[in-house]
Design a protein around this ligand. Sequence first.
Ligand SMILES: Cc1cc2nc3c(=O)[nH]c(=O)nc-3n(C[C@H](O)[C@H](O)[C@H](O)COP(=O)(O)OP(=O)(O)OC[C@H]3O[C@@H](n4cnc5c(N)ncnc54)[C@H](O)[C@@H]3O)c2cc1C
Length: 439
Amino acid sequence: MTDATRIHDIVGIGIGPFNLGLACLAEPLGLDTVFLDRADDFRWHHGMMLDGATIQVPFLADLVTMADPTSPYSFLSWLKQTGRLYPFYIRENVYPLRAEYDAYCRWASEQLASLRWGREVVSVERDEAADLYVVRALRTDSGAEEVYRARHVVLGVGTQPVVPEPLRGLAGPVVHSADYLPHRERLQAAASVTVVGSGQSAAEIYRDLLDGIREGGYRLDWITRSPRFFPMEYTKLTLEMTSPEYTDHFHALPIALRQHLGREQRGLYKGISGDLVDDIYDTLYRLSASGPVPTTLLTDTAVEDASWDGERFRLRLHHAQLDQTYERETHALVLATGYAAQTPAFLDPIAAELDVDLLGRLDVARDYSVDGGRGRVFVQNGEEHTHGLTAPDLGFGAWRNSSILAAVTGREVYPIERRIAFQEFGLPQDALLPAEVGA
Ligand SMILES: Cc1cc2nc3c(=O)[nH]c(=O)nc-3n(C[C@H](O)[C@H](O)[C@H](O)COP(=O)(O)OP(=O)(O)OC[C@H]3O[C@@H](n4cnc5c(N)ncnc54)[C@H](O)[C@@H]3O)c2cc1C
């Protein structure tokens, strides 16, 4: 039962890594915070918890370290407490296993009194008179309503699986990558499986299904709209774009240019890790030593339409460079077609006070607020269109949380780096503009 008179400094909606990080960083500050999630406990991308998969960022990109290296909620603390520190040290690989990151986050979550699991948030309203927000949540166990009153609301509901229009509403064995593992056996029982998509998840699933291709006896296809299977770019000057100053630069650009750059920059963080691309090649090479491998890899190919006849899918495909349309059959589909932020319906009651851009998306201010500069409603990982590639990046979560906590407390409780890069992304500070040189 919630205390209707209690006013929280922060109510966080959703407890993924970003709001969990906020909960960890807020904990030592004496703030009154509560975080709500409809899930029963912390489970990170369980549909993609593939054996041996690692996270794509170094362990310093944990929940807290980039804001407070002395925090008890760091990945290193978890390693020490679970007796894994020396093995991690000897392993000499800064990329934790995905399963480790999941277990680490769950360990941190189990120490925080501010988390409330099994709460589905259904509305956020404004109490004008009290100058507060009223967050209503339904308990998933009883359906009972709980009401939380807050000075600040932080949205950390993550992104939702995207299913391209031609592939929506299909019957038959079709699954989004977010739910891959629970459906793996059913997919492998089909006579043929097709993976659609070009990112890390598509590659991981294709590689995983390659392992069973001989034994399972199925045909395996991989279709992508991209002109090639491109690797994620990890060169250090490019990684400098995951920085406060590049985010400043990107945020200040006109919306049309941000849209264009957003598409163009996909290769930087939506590609496939180079090691995995090579591992897939080496696996194909190894498998081909015992005869043709029943697999087809198709690039530059879009799925234009799909139908299910009760036994198999008929895909209408279009090859862009050849401008050729043709059909192909498959018995099961995996849609590794990505994720996108959506404006949750539970914000409708306060829609009038939220900033929205020309395309109807939340227009997120540089300080991550969305409420007309009042600095009371913030977004985590819903601002890729305004802030660029730092939005979904685990390595930038602590910086964003430090920024949100500075806005909530009115002081820089954790140092906020303004400059970290060697390069300049806009004009250099000493640029002499035409007016200054009397042009
Ligand atoms: C398979 C996969 C691997 C990734 N690996 C990496 C990586 O290695 N490195 C990296 O930098 N990024 C990675 N990402 C990107 C990104 O960091 C993750 O998606 C991350 O989980 C995003 O965290 P989040 O806090 O925004 O939200 P999520 O982790 O998406 O959590 C959102 C939470 O909100 C809850 N929720 C939603 N709506 C409601 C509601 N109405 N009421 C209550 N609760 C609600 C959900 O139950 C969920 O628990 C990966 C993404 C995926 C899909």
